[in-house]
Design a protein around this ligand. Sequence first.
Ligand SMILES: [Zn+2]
Length: 121
Amino acid sequence: MPKTTKFKTQKHKKIALNRIKALFDYASGLKPEDNVLADRYVYLARRIAMKYKLHIPAQLKKRYCPYCYSYRFFADNARVRTKNNRLIISCYNCRKHYRFPLIAPKSNKKSPLKTEVENGS
Ligand SMILES: [Zn+2]
């Protein structure tokens, strides 16, 4: 029996991304007491992203711990601090820290608008 192939078109990927966003919306509406359900939503969102080879948007990625995959309820199971132009998010479940810069890295590429102004056209 021939093996069936599953095509993942752009249409399917768009639907999957909407589902991921919806799952994070559901999780954000929950109370910190329902952390098991919120963690389940994160698990499902990650599974959908893996199945359809999608990146979870950066804004949503900061809402769960990259080490233990628990949903972050800030001030309940996570803490946010700034230090040396970095944002540090600490997870109370796994005691790990997630750091990233607050200042965006400078790009060396010249923008096309700037070159037009310099040329005088
Ligand atoms: Zn964690």
